[in-house]
Write a protein of this length. Structure first.
Length: 122
């Protein structure tokens, strides 16, 4: 699907209402409504006074996370670095001098797989 440069493509998906995604559909709608355009990746289209990710996005993400769904699957890949930036790890007992590994600053799920990190409200 091709879209103009300043809008994102959208698709409609049919899911069972009693599935985890079906129960979180309002939060998914809210989260995607707060996604920035590709031309303005730091600005929320609904919250012009806030940079992205905004409070509306974060509130929806918390509901989605509570439903045990992956936030990363609902956000375009080019926005992932804004949600999960990486920085050098702090030294630990096992590596007193530190290392060049990185860890996300944004909270992650207890388990991670190839789909990417989720959002942990704690």
């Amino acid at each position: 699907m091709s879209t103009p440069d300043d809008t994102q493509g959208i698709v409609a998906v049919v899911v069972a209402m009693d599935s985890p995604l079906g129960r979180a559909v309002k939060a998914v709608d809210k989260l995607t409504a707060h996604l920035p355009s590709p031309r303005e990746p730091q600005e929320c289209p609904l919250c012009p006074e806030q940079s992205w990710p905004c409070h509306g996005f974060y509130a929806a993400a918390l509901h989605i996370h509570a439903a045990r769904l992956w936030i990363a699957e609902l956000v375009p890949p080019h926005l992932h670095p804004r949600l999960w930036p990486v920085s050098p790890r702090l030294p630990t007992r096992s590596s007193p001098r530190g290392n060049d590994h990185t860890q996300p600053l944004w909270p992650q799920e207890e388990q991670s797989d190839e789909r990417g990190p989720g959002l942990d409200p704690a």
